[in-house]
Structure formats: C-alpha cells, structure tokens
Design a protein around this ligand. Structure first.
Ligand SMILES: Nc1ncnc2c1ncn2[C@@H]1O[C@H](COP(=O)(O)OS(=O)(=O)O)[C@@H](OP(=O)(O)O)[C@H]1O
Length: 376
C-alpha cells in the first residue's frame, strides 16, 4: 500500500517535471520566433530594456568609449579637403571615409555591434553646416547631452567629399534613433561647398541648417593656427592674407580668407532653402553664454530646453566653458587641445586691413540673416 502510494507520487512528480520542461520549451521557442520576426525591435523600450537588462549599460559603455577614443582621423581637425598655394589647402587629400558613427563601432565579445540592436538609422533632420573654426564641435557636443539628440561623432563629409557613395551609405553612417529623437551631424565645410545646398535638398528640402558664425578675422587666424600646427614651416599669416604687402590687397583665393565671406556662401544656400530653415549661432556667445545660445538652438530644433546653465562650468585653465557631464560620462570634460588654442600674434595693421575688407560683407550678412553679430 505504502509502496504504491510512493509510486503514484513518484509518477506524478515525473509528469509534473515533464510538463514544466515542455512549457519552458514552448516559451523559449515562442520568444525566439517573436524575436526572429522582428517584434522585439518594436517592443516598447521599457519592456525591451527589461528583457535585455544589460542593453542600456552597453549603450552607455559604447558612448563612453566613443568619448574616450581619440578623435577619428577626419575629426575634428580634419584638414580641408583641398589645398591652396600655401600647401595648406586645395589639393585633394587621401582620407578614408569614416565608418558609421565616425569610427569603428564598439563590438561585443560575440562580434555584434553594440549599437545595432534598436532604433532606426535615419537621415539627419538637422545638420551643422558651418563654419569651420566657428565653434561647431562645441555646439555638437553640447547638443549631444540632450536625450532627444543622437549625432555622428565624426564629420561624415558626405555632401562635399563622399557624395558618390550614395545616400544609403550616408544613412548608414547615422546612429540609430527612436521615434522623437533627432539625428544630427556636423561637417563645417558644407557651408562653403557650392554643390552642398542642392545635394542636401535632394536628400530632404526640409532639413534644418545650423551655421555657427564667428568674427571672420578671428576665424581666419584660428584657421591659420590649425594649419600652422600641422605645418610649422608655413609662411606668415600676413604673407598669405595679403596679395602684396605694399598695396595691402587681400588675397581672397586663400581659403582662410574666403570662408569668412559668409554673405556669399549664404546666398548660394538661399537658392535652395528659405531663411526660416537656418539658425545662425554666434560663435562668440557660445563661449560667453553657452546656455543662452543652447536655448535658441533647442527652440529651433523643437526640443525641450534640457541643456541649460547647470550643464556648464567655466574652466579657468582652458579659458572656455566645459561640460559638467558630457554624454555618456559622469566626469566633467572640456573639448580637446585643438579647440581653444592660443593664436599667434598677427600685426595690428594686418588685422585692421582684414577688418576693413570684411566690413561690407559682414553688413550684408547681418541684413540677410536678420541678426547683427557685432563684429565691427
Ligand atoms: N567650449 C569650448 N571649448 C573650446 N573651444 C571652443 C568652445 N566653444 C567654442 N570654441 C571655439 O571653437 C573653435 C573651433 O571651432 P570648430 O569646432 O568649429 O573647429 S573645426 O572647424 O571643427 O575644426 C575654437 O577655435 P580656437 O580658439 O581658434 O581653437 C574655439 O575658439
């Protein structure tokens, strides 16, 4: 009697364990089938995060790695694509196109790109198109703190150098975004590239365009400083800026001078985009009042004003505002050494000559943009 009771209990236990194994298998297969058909991607983020507890941690890790990584070759001090007579501009330069997100994507130990698991790669809805040495890196890094902005770290240079690679190549460069997030990139040379406006419009004529402008004289000196840092044998600023020292005529073929003719470049863009698609950010105010300028940028992009005073502190050593908590990191960080470096001393009369030269162009630019930047 006792023994047959044991057998019944024993059999019941066996059946129970078989049933639970069966249901577990059914659950596992259902889950895999669900994921294989792509539904995991469309699951609400919280649910998805719970199922993949380490996903967000890995994504943060990827962002941190991106921050710590030395800037990719094209960025942010990428030499101009063309080398001029000084040997510092206007000859095509052999550069590798950046990979998606500007450099190699972080890869998990199983070889799957970490950032490859959710969201969609979209064309940028907003692009920082210029100007070189205006403060474009600072603006992009400040924007990246915003949870609704995802941006490519490197400069893709699609609309100037790599257009023949096609729009799909470009889209593939973009980070994945969730609905409601804005995709962005910055390539300051777009502003001075003749073909760029029509090409951007071919992608999307509704694209929002941000131009960080800075006093063209200081901008030219900053540009020269960058080239000099790579080529210490470069002729003096004045010998490059002036056609002839006795006449004092400005050499507008020198790219460091030409880039500062903002009215001329803007005219080209206005043939394809209405003024309402542009936001002109003051490079000077981005340094003196970063939060104020970021308020304008967030409004223009239709974003909640998340980036504010509390994100910045002024670093006395650097002499520039820095971020208390950059994207993906909890430690304060300033921009790299190539941003905010000391400029060489330029003779006052050369600077004055350049100031006089730019004045009418600046005034024309104030009229066109509807903003007085107070450079003279
Ligand atoms: N917060 C902060 N930190 C450091 N530097 C700052 C910052 N905000 C603006 N700037 C100014 O940005 C100038 C470089 O401009 P870009 O980033 O547009 O340069 S680049 O075109 O991408 O090479 C750089 O020019 P230089 O001062 O000549 O180095 C800076 O003056």
């Amino acid at each position: 009697m006792g023994c047959s009771g044991c057998r019944v209990r024993f059999n019941f236990g066996k059946v129970l364990s078989k049933v639970s194994v069966f249901f577990t298998m059914v659950l596992i297969f259902t889950y895999f089938f669900y994921c294989l058909t792509g539904f995991c991607d469309s699951a609400p983020r919280t649910l998805y995060s719970q199922q993949n507890l380490d996903y967000d941690i890995l994504d943060d890790h990827r962002r941190i790695l991106e921050d710590l990584r030395p800037p990719p070759r094209l960025l942010p001090d990428a030499p101009e694509p063309h080398r001029n007579r000084t040997g510092s501009a206007d000859a095509p330069e052999q550069v590798d196109a950046p990979g998606p997100h500007g450099a190699k994507e972080s890869v998990q130990s199983n070889g799957i790109p970490v950032s490859n698991t959710f969201g969609i790669k979209r064309f940028p809805q907003a692009i920082i198109i210029g100007v070189k040495k205006g403060g474009t890196r600072a603006l992009l890094e400040f924007l990246r703190i915003h949870p609704d902005v995802r941006a490519v770290g490197a400069e893709p240079h699609f609309f100037d150098r790599f257009y023949d690679r096609g729009l799909e190549w470009y889209r593939n460069m973009m980070p994945r975004t969730l609905d409601g997030q804005i995709t962005m990139e910055k390539t300051p040379s777009y502003f001075v590239t003749k073909e760029a406006p029509s090409r951007v419009c071919t992608m999307n004529c509704q694209t929002k365009l941000i131009v960080v402008v800075r006093d063209p004289v200081t901008r030219a000196v900053s540009d020269y400083t960058q080239t000099l840092s790579k080529n210490p044998g470069l002729p003096s600023f004045q010998s490059l800026a002036l056609k002839n020292s006795s006449t004092g005529l400005i050499d507008t073929t020198w790219s460091a001078v030409r880039i500062g003719l903002y009215a001329k470049h803007l005219e080209n863009w206005l043939q394809y985009f209405p003024l309402s698609h542009f936001l002109f950010v003051s490079g000077e105010r981005l340094v003196s009042d970063p939060a104020g300028e970021m308020g304008r940028v967030q409004d223009f992009l239709g974003l909640k004003r998340v980036v504010s005073d509390k994100h910045f502190y002024f670093n006395q050593t650097k002499g520039f505002p820095c971020l208390k908590k950059p994207e993906g990191s909890s430690r304060p960080r300033c921009l790299g050494k190539s941003k905010g470096r000391p400029h060489p001393e330029i003779p006052a009369e050369v600077l004055q000559r350049l100031r006089d030269f730019y004045r009418p162009f600046n005034h024309r630019f104030y009229q066109m943009s509807g903003q007085d930047f107070g450079w003279d």
